[in-house]
Write a protein that binds this ligand. Structure first.
Ligand code: URA
Length: 202
């Protein structure tokens, strides 16, 4: 698929999300003047990062990871010689949950198909999950449920799977937010990010 077509599909997705009245987050978004957050970056990237859900900054701007967690993500990307323009970044849930609460199962069910479509369109060779919500979703989606363990046991590991468009490697990472509350976690994240560089260099 041409890049222009991929970009068009993402724009259409944005329009669809704007009128997604069946979402429990629709009213909260419209009442607060927030935006859905489709994703950002290169629609033909080899690597896709998947977070949890937009926070306040993201819902205000429509861009993923543009607050504190985003600054950490930028630092981690830079540590392996990547920039945002080299990757595609999105979340499972495309609207902000009130007070940054965890996404509900219903919300994951509603927004999951949008993420599935983005994966089909971008066709990444590497999918890096950020945090346990996207880890659970992506491992299950790609038939890797038996690999699922608490994130503390599988962060920094990768798993091979197959998709409709070929093979994919799923890399499990902590959510960058963990480094906001626990300074020592940045070292672990940096170490784990090195696996992405190794896979990209292969
Ligand atoms: N946390 C996420 O999971 N996603 C964002 O876009 C921002 C913070």
């Amino acid at each position: 698929m041409k890049k222009a077509d991929k970009i068009r599909i993402m724009e259409e997705m944005n329009t669809e999300l704007l009128s997604l009245k069946k979402s429990p987050l629709y009213e909260y978004r419209t009442q607060n003047g927030y935006l859905p957050v489709v994703g950002d970056g290169d629609c033909s990237a080899k690597i896709m990062f998947i977070g949890e859900a937009p926070g306040k900054n993201e819902a205000k701007t429509g861009k993923p990871f543009c607050g504190t967690a985003g600054k950490i993500l930028d630092k981690l990307l830079n540590s392996i010689d990547l920039e945002r323009k080299d990757v595609f970044i999105t979340n499972i849930v495309k609207d902000r949950p009130p007070e940054n609460r965890d996404p509900s199962l219903e919300e994951i069910d509603i927004y999951g198909p949008f993420l599935d479509k983005q994966i089909e369109v971008i066709q990444p060779k590497i999918i890096a999950t950020l945090g346990r919500y996207s880890m659970n979703y992506v491992l299950e989606k790609f038939g890797l449920k038996e690999k699922l363990l608490p994130i503390g046991e599988i962060h920094g590991k990768f798993f091979d799977s197959n998709t409709t468009y070929g093979s994919v490697k799923v890399v499990v990472l902590y959510h960058p937010c963990v480094a906001v509350y626990n300074g020592s976690k940045i070292g672990i994240l940096m170490e784990d990010f090195k696996i992405i560089k190794k896979l990209l260099d292969k």
